[in-house]
Design a binder for this molecule. Structure first.
Ligand code: GLC
Length: 631
C-alpha cells in the first residue's frame, strides 16, 4: 500500500476504535477528574498522547491489532498456557530468551511472563517492583533493543509476552520522586506527602499492613524534606497519587509505549491500592475500577491486541470486580489471578477435604465472564496468604481462624504428619495471620520424600503436583506454570546469604533455573523430575485438544457427596467434560450413574485418552490423588 494510503487507513482505524471506546473512557475520567482545575488541559494532553502512540505503533503490531480484533477470544482458547520467570534466574539475559523458546514450546507454552523487567532501584527492590525508570529495561537483563528483539522472537513463535507495570508506586529514586523530595510542587502532587502526622494517623486507623514484619506502617518520615510519604509496601516504594490526572496521563503514556514495544499482556501490579479514601482500608475503592476501565479503553483505542491482567490478591467478592462487574462488565481486566482456586487447592490438600473448596468456588464465582477469564495458578513469586473468610469457613462448619492457623502450620511443615516444607512470610501479631513461602514441589511433599528416600511419598508428591496442574488447566482460564515447577525445583535456602534478599522469604521459591536438572529430567523419564516434566507436557498438550476448555464455556461446580473429591463440569454447546480430583491418599469411587447424570456420555477419559471400561462395577474407581477429565 502506498504510504499516503496507509496513513489514511491507519487514521480511519484509529477513529473507528476511538468511537468504539470513547464512552468507556471519557465518562470515567469526567467522574474521576472533572472537578480538577487542570482537567481541560489534561483532556487535550491525553487525546494527543493517544494519537501519537497510535501513530508510533509499528506495522507488525498493527497487523496483530487487526487479527485480535477479529479473534477477540485469542486468550481464552485452550491452547493458551503461560510460564512465569525472572529473566536473570531463567536464562541470564534477554538475549538468551530466544534460545529457550524451543523448550517452552515443547512444554506447551504460548505465553511468557517476564517478571518485572523495567529498571529498578539498586539494592533491595522488592523483586523488581520498585521501578525507578519506566522507560528503561533492567540493565542486568539487557537494553530496550534486547527487549524488543525478545518480544519479536516470542511473537514469531506464537508466544505472547506479559510484563509488569507497577501502577501503585514508584521507587523513591524515580525522577518524579526525587523532584518531589526536593520540594517541586508539581511532582509533590504525584505522591501523597504530608507535613505532619495528623492525616497519616487518621488513615492508619483503618489501613492494613502488607509487610508487617519488615515494613510496618503505611507512611514514612523523611527528615530532609520534612514530609511523611505514603508507602504502603516498602519504604522505598512511594505510592502514586492517582487523584492527580497528571499521574493518569504519565502512566497511560508508559502503558502505550510498552504496548508499542511488543507486549501482549500488561500485568497491572497491586491495583487494589490505587485509590485512597479516609476511613476505609484504601483497597478496591470504586475509583480503582474507574481508573482501570479508563486505562483499558485507552489501550483498546491505540493497541487493541493488548490485554490487561490485574493483580488483586483479595477475597472472591473483592476480586471479581477486577474482571469487570456491574457497570464495568466486559470493560476492565481481561485476566485476574484466581487466588481463591489456588488457596483452596492447598487448603483441600492439607485437609483431605474439599467441602470448603466446593462451597467457595460454587458460591462466589459466576460460571462465565465477559471478555475476561482467570489466570489460574498454584504458585507464583509471592507468598500464599490464607484468604479464607470466617463466614465461608462457618458455612461448612469450620472455624476460619483455626483453619488458617492449621494451614500455616501445615505448610511451614510443623504440623504433625505434614508432608510440606515451607517458611513463614510475615507474621501479623494483630490478626495472627501467617503467610507461607515455598516452591510447589516442596509444599507438595517432594522435598521431604526425596530427603527420606521414601518412594511412596515421592509418588504421592508427584501426584499432588500433577493433580494441581491438571486442575488449573481445566478449571477455566489461562493456566500459569511458575518457573521450575515443571521439573519440581525445591526450596532455595541460599537466599538468606544474600543481604538484599535475606529478609524476604519469598526468595525461597525464586530459585535459579537448574538446566542440568532439566536435562536430567528429559533424559530420565523414570526420575521424579522426569515424571513431573512428562506429566506437565501431557496435561498441557491434552488441554489444547479439549475445545470444552475454552474460557467461554461455563464452569459448574458439582457436589459429589464425597468430601475428598472436587468436581466440576465444563459445559460446551457440544456436550460436557466432567473433571474430578481426589484430594486424599486413599482410593475412592464415583458411581457411573452420578457421572452420567452430570453429562458424561462417552466415558472417554481425556488425560489418558482412553475409554473406561467399568467392568460392571457401576462405579469409576479413583486412585489416591486421581485426576480425570471425562467426556
Ligand atoms: C505485587 C507483587 C509483589 C510486590 C507488591 C508490591 O503484589 O506481586 O511481589 O511485593 O506487588 O509491588
Amino acid at each position: 500500500m502506498p504510504d499516503a494510503d496507509r496513513k489514511t487507513f491507519n487514521d480511519l482505524l484509529f477513529e473507528l476504535r476511538y468511537e468504539r471506546s470513547r464512552d468507556d473512557l471519557w465518562p470515567m475520567l469526567d467522574r474521576l477528574y472533572g472537578g480538577h482545575p487542570g482537567y481541560p488541559r489534561f483532556r487535550t494532553a491525553l487525546d494527543k498522547a493517544l494519537r501519537s502512540a497510535a501513530d508510533a505503533r509499528p506495522d507488525d503490531l498493527r497487523l496483530l491489532d487487526l487479527k485480535r480484533d477479529l479473534e477477540p477470544d485469542w486468550f481464552q482458547r485452550p491452547d493458551m498456557a503461560g510460564y512465569v520467570f525472572y529473566i536473570d534466574r531463567f536464562c541470564g539475559h534477554l538475549r538468551h530468551v530466544p534460545e529457550k523458546l524451543d523448550y517452552l514450546r515443547d512444554l506447551g507454552i504460548s505465553y511468557v511472563h517476564f517478571m518485572p523487567c523495567l529498571k529498578p532501584r539498586k539494592g533491595d527492590n522488592d523483586g523488581g517492583y520498585s521501578v525507578m525508570d519506566y522507560g528503561a529495561i533492567n540493565p542486568l537483563y539487557g537494553t530496550m533493543e534486547d527487549f524488543e528483539a525478545a518480544t519479536r522472537a516470542c511473537r514469531s513463535r506464537g508466544i505472547s509476552v506479559c510484563v509488569d507495570l507497577v501502577l501503585n508506586h514508584t521507587a523513591k529514586e524515580h525522577a518524579w520522586a526525587k523532584k518531589a523530595r526536593k520540594g517541586d510542587p508539581k511532582y509533590a502532587d504525584y505522591y501523597l506527602m504530608f507535613e505532619d502526622d495528623t492525616l497519616p494517623k487518621q488513615y492508619e486507623k483503618t489501613l492494613v499492613e502488607v509487610f508487617p514484619d519488615n515494613a510496618p506502617g503505611n507512611f514514612t518520615w523523611y527528615e530532609d524534606c520534612g514530609r511523611w510519604v505514603w508507602t504502603t509496601f516498602n519504604e522505598h516504594q512511594w505510592d502514586l497519587n492517582w487523584a492527580n490526572p497528571q499521574v493518569f496521563l504519565e502512566m497511560t503514556k508508559v502503558m502505550l509505549s510498552l504496548a508499542n514495544k511488543g507486549v501482549d499482556i500488561l500485568r497491572f501490579d497491586a491495583v487494589a491500592f490505587m485509590w485512597k479514601r479516609m476511613g476505609t482500608r484504601c483497597q478496591s475503592e470504586p475509583e480503582c475500577h474507574m481508573l482501570l476501565q479508563a486505562l483499558r479503553a485507552a489501550c483498546r483505542i491505540v493497541a487493541p491486541a493488548v490485554i490487561h491482567l490485574e493483580e488483586a490478591i483479595v477475597g472472591p467478592a473483592e476480586m471479581l470486580p477486577y474482571l469487570g462487574r456491574g457497570e464495568h462488565d466486559g470493560k476492565e481486566g481481561n485476566l485476574a489471578y484466581h487466588n481463591s482456586l489456588m488457596v483452596q487447592f492447598w487448603s483441600s490438600l492439607a485437609a483431605r477435604d474439599t467441602q470448603l473448596m466446593s462451597y467457595v468456588l460454587d458460591t462466589h464465582f459466576p460460571p462465565t465472564l465477559t471478555n475476561a477469564t482467570y489466570a489460574t495458578y498454584l504458585r507464583c513469586h509471592d507468598d500464599i496468604g490464607w484468604a479464607v473468610t470466617d463466614e465461608d469457613a462457618a458455612s461448612v462448619g469450620i472455624d476460619g481462624r483455626l483453619h488458617r492457623a492449621f494451614l500455616s502450620d501445615f505448610y511451614e511443615g510443623v504440623f504433625p504428619g505434614s508432608f510440606a516444607k515451607g517458611e513463614l512470610f510475615q507474621f501479623n501479631p494483630e490478626t495472627r495471620d501467617k503467610r507461607i513461602s515455598g516452591t510447589c514441589a516442596s509444599l507438595a511433599g517432594l522435598e521431604r520424600a526425596l530427603v527420606a528416600g521414601d518412594d511412596e511419598a515421592t509418588d504421592r508428591a508427584i501426584d499432588r503436583i500433577l493433580m494441581g496442574h491438571a486442575l488449573i488447566a481445566s478449571f477455566g482460564g489461562i493456566p500459569l506454570v511458575y518457573m521450575g515447577d515443571e521439573v519440581g525445583l525445591l526450596n532455595d535456602y541460599g537466599y538468606v546469604d544474600y543481604p538484599p534478599h535475606a529478609h524476604d522469604s519469598r526468595w525461597l521459591h525464586r530459585p535459579l533455573m537448574d538446566w542440568d536438572h532439566v536435562a536430567a529430567a528429559a533424559a530420565g523419564p523414570e526420575t521424579a523430575a522426569g515424571r513431573i516434566l512428562a506429566g506437565m507436557k501431557d496435561i498441557l498438550s491434552r488441554r489444547a485438544q479439549v475445545p470444552e476448555f475454552h474460557a467461554k464455556n461455563p464452569t459448574e461446580v458439582l457436589h459429589t457427596g464425597n468430601s475428598t473429591l472436587f468436581a466440576f463440569a465444563r459445559r460446551a454447546p457440544t456436550g460436557s467434560v466432567v473433571c474430578v480430583y481426589n484430594f486424599s491418599e486413599v482410593w475412592t469411587a464415583l458411581p457411573w450413574s452420578w457421572l452420567t447424570q452430570h453429562g458424561v456420555t462417552k466415558r472417554h477419559e481425556l488425560l489418558s485418552d482412553t475409554v473406561i471400561d467399568d467392568s460392571g462395577s457401576g462405579a469409576l474407581p479413583l486412585p489416591p490423588l486421581a485426576r480425570v477429565w471425562l467426556r
